[in-house]
Design a protein around this ligand. Structure first.
Ligand code: ADE
Ligand code: ZN
Length: 332
């Protein structure tokens, strides 16, 4: 059994595997511009974030009904459980669906149908985080936020994703203010492709509790010192960073230096269907590429629970499971 862990940076739409994409396309009469799953997989070669986002949004055309969203989430939760995930905080992009005429209620009802039975079926507790597309307008984010109000009992928090450069956090000040007023948790992508200043702005202007990615914080020593002092969690996604060319190779990933600096970093999969692995695959990949000691890997798993939004009792239980975990002997 893999090391128990939480996954805190996972876009549910990014778990759409080619096989499921074709099955849903058939079910919904959608024609995909690829001959089959192998040809589609062959298109997964990205030069930057935008080149990935173009394909990611295009493929969402197959997601139309409540069943589609439930099947998508079920498939992820089953795989996550196999990867040792005990708790998942799951992003979704409502605007990417409402823009295609799929009502937000269809999306939330479908996803929460799967999430609602996840503890019983897979032993994975879940929370749902609604992300706003930062390359859409602030007005669109506000409209989406208000359309989601009837579902706030099933939405734990809000996030900010999509094309980062040129879309600074401050653009979304008002929607984050309303989210805080409504008692929702707040996170945001920052410092993936965008500058360290976006990380600072997300903290100061949006009041976020966690930074998604945050890689480029390393370019600002004062910011690093603050993130260490305040123990602001950073949800790193190593395989994503390689595939989207934020780092050249996994061996160049700054995860170890970030840990050594005292940053509260976690390891996550981002969009696992597109980036070559789920969360335990990310753990194994960094363990190997950076020669991480078992105790460092254990620290990453413990950090994932520390940085999560689960209640203190369950957090203590899961941290005890991490502490008690025995690593299998190394195979040569
Ligand atoms: N949406 C899905 N994956 C993303 C990522 N890595 N960065 C920004 N937006 C995203
Ligand atoms: Zn992401």
């Amino acid at each position: 059994m893999p090391l128990p862990k939480a996954e805190l940076h996972l876009h549910i739409e990014g778990t759409l595997e080619p096989e499921l994409a074709f099955a849903l396309a058939d079910r919904n009469g959608v024609v995909l511009p690829y001959a089959g799953t192998e040809e589609l997989r062959g298109a997964y070669s990205f030069s930057d974030l935008q080149s990935f986002l173009d394909l990611y949004y295009a493929l969402m055309a197959v997601l139309r009904t409540e069943d589609d969203f439930a099947d998508l989430a079920d498939a992820y939760l089953a795989r996550a459980a196999e990867q040792g995930v005990r708790h998942a905080e799951i992003f979704f992009d409502p605007q990417a669906h409402t823009a295609r005429g799929v009502p937000i209620g269809v999306v939330v009802d479908g996803l929460t149908r799967a999430l609602g039975r996840s503890e019983e079926r897979y032993g994975v507790s879940t929370q749902l985080i609604m992300c706003f597309l930062r390359d859409e307008s602030a007005g669109s984010a506000l409209e989406t936020f208000e359309a989601a109000r009837p579902y706030f009992d099933r939405i734990a928090g809000i996030g900010l994703d999509s094309a980062e450069v040129g879309n600074p956090p401050a653009k979304f000040r008002e929607v984050y203010r309303r989210a805080a007023e409504a008692g929702l948790r707040r996170v945001a992508h920052a410092g993936e492709e965008g500058p360290a200043a976006y990380v600072t702005e997300a903290l100061d202007v949006l009041g976020v509790e966690r930074i998604d990615h945050g890689l480029r914080c390393l370019e600002d020593g004062e910011l690093v010192a603050r993130l260490v002092r305040e123990q602001v969690p950073l949800t790193l996604c190593p395989l994503s960073n390689v595939r989207l060319r934020c780092v050249d190779t996994l061996a160049d990933h700054p995860l170890r230096e970030m840990l050594d600096a005292g940053l509260l970093v976690t390891v996550n999969s981002d969009d696992p269907a597109y980036f070559g692995g789920y969360v335990d695959d990310n753990f194994r990949a960094v363990q190997q590429a950076l020669a991480l000691e078992p105790e460092t890997v254990r620290l990453l798993a413990a950090n994932s629970f520390r940085a999560s939004f689960i209640d203190d009792d369950r957090k203590a239980e899961l941290l005890a499971e991490v502490a008690a975990f025995t690593f299998p002997p190394v195979e040569f």
